[in-house]
Design a protein around this ligand. Structure first.
Ligand code: PRP
Ligand code: ZN
Length: 289
């Protein structure tokens, strides 16, 4: 258990997720200094400290209550089978655990791997996946550079993390099937948490929510003839009705609103054809809805 009165959060020390995790924490207003070469990092303006450890160790630390929270890839938590609660998917660090085989070796489906050796750093998830389909395999547990195993004839296939697919390609491997889709997530201990720390967690979650909402949205401003307002309002799928301000120029108005980031280009083109001009799009830092 964490007997310290500060909330303790585990994050990956170096690696794919650490930079994005630290960015997220800074974007929600937490200030840390000197986290290089430190394991426990205090925060200057929030009652929290970071524990920087190997990602594989995070689920267990959180399970045991050494840390109340952890930022880690879902793949790592799933493999660990740790008793923790997933609080939020974070939208970054997207990857998948996939079975891959050497190109042109005649293996077309998972069933063709019956009796084969699979090299992986994810033996638990891999065995589960094959077992469910009644396919017998032997897992060869390797902690890194799994993709080289078939070339070395240590295994017939692999089950490994794929992000861009670059590593598989370089090693002449092709994906056969996805075992698990993953992204970074925030996990919480199932051990008892005191009132002070619970409150800190609530506040962190609401800040993360505001940040995630903001990232999904853009602030849009444009000018338009007042006669076009109605059509423009139909186009903008805003949360509330847009703000319409009269301009000094004859019969022109300025319209301000919020649009979903993923509809940006579509909306932009429709607005132009409806008569909007001087369209400006701004990122939103935080958004409390
Ligand atoms: C994973 C995996 C591959 C690579 C795939 O390792 O083991 O080597 O990423 O990424 P790509 O599809 O973009 O080429 P990771 O960097 O997560 O390191 P780790 O296995 O040491 O934790
Ligand atoms: Zn790792």
């Amino acid at each position: 258990m964490n007997n310290n009165s500060s909330l303790r959060i585990a994050i990956q020390k170096g690696g794919r997720l650490s930079e994005k995790t630290l960015n997220l924490l800074e974007n929600i207003g937490l200030e840390f200094d000197n986290y290089k070469n430190r394991i426990l990092v205090p925060c200057r303006n929030y009652d929290v400290e970071l524990l920087l450890i190997r990602d594989d160790d995070i689920p267990e630390y959180v399970q045991d209550g050494i840390c109340e929270l952890g930022f880690v890839g879902h793949n790592v938590t799933a493999e660990s089978k740790a008793d923790v609660t997933g609080l939020r998917a974070l939208g970054f660090g997207k990857c998948r655990l996939s079975v891959a085989v050497p190109k042109n070796n005649g293996i077309k489906t998972l069933k063709d791997l019956d009796g084969c050796r699979i090299a992986t750093s994810y033996p638990v998830l891999t065995r589960d996946h094959f077992e469910k389909q009644g396919i017998r395999i032997k897992t060869i547990e390797i902690s890194g550079a799994v993709e080289i195993a078939p070339t070395l004839n240590v295994a017939d296939a692999i089950a490994d993390i794929v992000s861009t697919g670059g590593t598989l390609k370089t090693n002449g491997l092709v994906e056969l099937e996805t075992i698990l889709n993953s992204q970074a997530e925030l996990i919480q201990t199932n051990q008892p948490i005191d009132a002070h720390k619970s409150e800190l967690i609530e506040k962190l979650l609401s800040r993360i929510g505001a940040r995630q909402q903001a990232e999904k949205s853009r602030y849009i401003m444009m000018n338009a003839p007042s006669g076009a307002v109605e059509r423009i309002c139909d186009i903008i799928p805003s949360l509330k009705s847009p703000t319409v301000l009269p301009l000094a120029e004859n019969d022109m108005v300025a319209i301000h609103s919020v649009i979903p980031t993923d509809r940006f280009w579509e909306v932009m083109e429709e607005l132009k054809s409806a008569g909007a001009s001087g369209i400006v799009i701004l990122p939103i830092e935080n958004m409390i809805v």
